[in-house]
Design a protein around this ligand. Structure first.
Ligand code: NAD
Length: 371
């Protein structure tokens, strides 16, 4: 089995889909590992750090006879054209944003495993790149918040009096939100969390945070949240506004699968915030959780700073690559066996992670989207 790992080409993408320890494990599986020259350079992994890996500067030559092509971001169309029919692509895809590429993968008879489709079940946790990358983002959001504040987070007793700890409010307590709470707390802030899934109360409290209870229960399918009714939104605003206005840092992470980011902070709520406070909007990729958010920009609205970074995991490229490569390896291990590729379509993880196979789009949500 030939596995080819590409150098990422998208702007601001520093991650790489393979790290040396995982390359060794792939070799032990009996795979022949090939990589594009310089693929790990952005995360301080020079070609020389990889043992038993063959390097090639030409990505088209690299993928032409590869059985498995691995990357972080979806590959350029030219790569898909060069891949052999029946080969496997494994990367993040997000078909709703990559309609043309998805059609091309289908028409070229590529079997695509889209990392964002890995089911959120216990057995697939080790393959769950959404979670590994979100955990890093949540951690980093707290640091971004802290460094945009002209105040400190912990209580500090000094010769001229004591400084009160900063208040951090985290809105959306999924994987990223819980890490943000934990990190802000470690930095000494007073922490509060809010979500529309009631089970997050206990999770927030176990991290030393206060739960802002709005009484709204918007549990949707598969452990995710659903969209809110106007009545629910009003009910939430009546409780949460006070906490927004007391916060020094707000970190928002709310997402609903397949939908634009829900707006959790209105313009009026921002206008009522404390001077000097900061919002870190981790939902920028989906349009943002704050009405003022400009994805990818840091803006000033009155005395409030709104930071909306894109691709936060890439900013922590070394650890993000390490975790991502391990997630991918655990998935690859399901189908690379005894020196060959064997796809077991009765395996839930294989079936649910697949986006295209054998000339068809096999993921239901993507089927509805792409005719
Ligand atoms: P996500 O990125 O889809 O959403 C982030 C958070 O935003 C969620 O907690 C969601 O409830 C919240 N949210 C949505 N709308 C909101 C609103 N209007 N106001 C406030 N909050 C709102 O979530 P995620 O981090 O990917 O995790 C989603 C769920 O999946 C969690 O229950 C998590 O524990 C679960 N999960 C399970 C596994 C597993 O069992 N293998 C792995 C990862 C995650």
């Amino acid at each position: 089995v030939k596995i080819a790992v590409l150098k990422e080409t998208r702007a601001n993408e520093k991650r790489v889909a393979l790290v040396p320890a995982v390359a060794d494990k792939l070799s032990k599986l009996g795979a022949e590992v090939h990589m594009q020259t310089g693929a790990g350079d952005a995360v301080k992994l020079p070609d020389s750090a990889f043992k038993n890996v063959k390097f090639s500067a030409d990505p088209l030559a690299l993928v032409r006879d590869a059985d498995v092509v691995a990357s972080v971001q979806p590959p350029d169309p030219g790569i898909v054209e060069a891949m052999k029919p029946g080969a496997i692509l494994i990367s993040f895809v997000y078909a709703h944003k990559e309609v043309e590429l998805t059609k091309r993968l289908r028409d070229r008879h590529i079997t695509t495993f889209a990392m964002e489709l890995v089911p959120r079940i216990t057995r697939a946790q080790a393959m769950d790149a959404l979670s590994s990358q979100a955990a890093l983002s949540g951690y980093y959001a707290a640091l971004i918040g802290a460094t945009h504040l002209a105040r400190i987070l912990p209580m500090m007793t000094t010769a001229v009096g004591s400084i009160r700890p900063a208040r951090t409010l985290v809105m959306g307590l999924g994987v990223a939100g819980l890490q943000a709470l934990a990190t802000a707390r470690r930095l000494g802030a007073m922490t509060e969390g809010y979500d529309v899934r009631p089970e997050t109360k206990e999770q927030a409290e176990s991290l030393g945070a206060k739960f802002v209870d709005t009484g709204v229960d918007a549990r949707g399918a598969g452990g995710y949240a659903r969209e809110l009714t106007q009545e629910e939104k009003d009910k939430i605003a009546s409780v949460v506004t006070k906490h927004i206005q007391q916060a020094d840092i707000i970190i928002t992470t709310a997402a609903i699968p397949g939908r634009p980011s829900p707006k959790l902070i209105s313009k009026a709520q921002v206008d009522g915030m404390k001077a000097g406070s900061v919002i870190v909007d981790l939902a920028a990729e989906g349009g943002g959780n704050c009405e003022y958010t400009q994805p990818g920009e840091t803006i000033q609205v009155g005395q409030v700073t709104i930071v909306a970074p894109l691709n936060v995991p890439s900013m922590l490229g070394e650890h993000a690559s390490e975790l991502y490569a391990k997630n991918q390896f655990n998935l690859i291990e399901l189908f690379v066996k005894d020196g060959g590729v064997k796809l077991d379509w009765t395996d839930e993880v294989v079936a649910k992670t697949a986006l295209t196979h054998d000339g068809k789009i096999v993921n239901e949500a993507a089927q509805k989207l792409i005719a």
